[in-house]
Design a binder for this molecule. Structure first.
Ligand code: PGA
Length: 245
């Protein structure tokens, strides 16, 4: 299985900045890995148009669970598809922590993504307090089961999972690769259908540390925030992931 490396640009990159990124980034091809870029909504269509004909895919960073309607400020699955996205990140810890995203809503959104033919990248992860209390695995197993509730084996086999310990996101305090692998084995084992899916590690991944993660059996790629904003560094990271696998 190829590694999947996802750039989560978060609330970064105006249109001109995204263009400049792609000017530099598209000098290279990455046949050994699957690569996805998740721009902010305002540049999904532009980035997707630019990537047409390449092997690089585009993701939304969130979406609503309804197809359309009176939901000011929201974006639907059909809108993401129309803009050229084929993946969507769901349940990112910043959505959960800062914007009140619940397990129930992540579950609704995951079902809607699959019904519409978008591949959901479902994020789970424990806080520092949960880790210190020894509750990390219980927490991520509960989040995973809640997010995938009612999907059945077939539905679960179509998702991508991402394990992102909250204390490692944007902090430079990355999780030890062995610890991440153990947590990700627990995710893989807790829902029928996840045995063959890709599970990504996220949280302060850099070109320097990505190989340690990529070499682990339960880690099938990365969800990359800060280190995905520089085209040269991100290209290095993708190459290092492959070399480390
Ligand atoms: P980071 O973010 O790589 O900047 O830690 C990862 C993420 O939040 O997806």
């Amino acid at each position: 299985m190829k590694h999947l490396i996802v750039a989560n640009w978060k609330m970064n990159m105006t249109g001109p900045q995204a263009s400049a990124f792609l000017d530099a980034f598209l000098d290279e091809r990455f046949p050994e890995s699957d690569v996805v870029i998740a721009p902010p909504f305002t540049s999904v269509a532009q980035v997707a148009a630019r990537l047409r004909g390449t092997s690089i895919a585009v993701a939304g960073q969130n979406m609503h669970w309804e197809q359309s309607g009176a939901f000011t400020g929201e974006v639907s699955a059909p809108m993401l598809l129309d803009a050229g996205a084929t993946y969507v990140i769901l349940g990112h810890s910043e959505r959960r922590r800062l914007f009140g995203e619940t397990d129930a809503n992540v579950n609704r959104k995951t079902k809607t993504a699959l019904t519409n033919g978008l591949t959901p990248i479902v994020c789970v992860g424990e806080s520092e307090a949960q880790r210190d209390a020894g509750d990390a695995v219980d927490h991520i197993v509960a989040q995973t089961r809640a997010a995938l509730d009612g999907l059945g084996r077939d539905g679960a086999s179509k998702v991508v999972m991402a394990y992102e310990p909250l204390w490692a996101i944007g902090t430079g305090k990355n999780c030890h690769a062995d610890g991440a692998d153990t947590a990700m084995a627990a995710i893989r084992g807790c829902v029928d259908g996840l045995a063959g899916v890709r599970i990504l590690y996220g949280g302060s991944v850099t070109p320097e540390n990505v190989a340690a993660y990529a070499s682990k059996p339960n880690i099938n790629g990365g969800l990359i925030g800060g280190a995905s904003l520089d085209p040269v560094g991100f290209a290095n990271l993708i190459r290092s992931a492959y070399q480390g696998s």
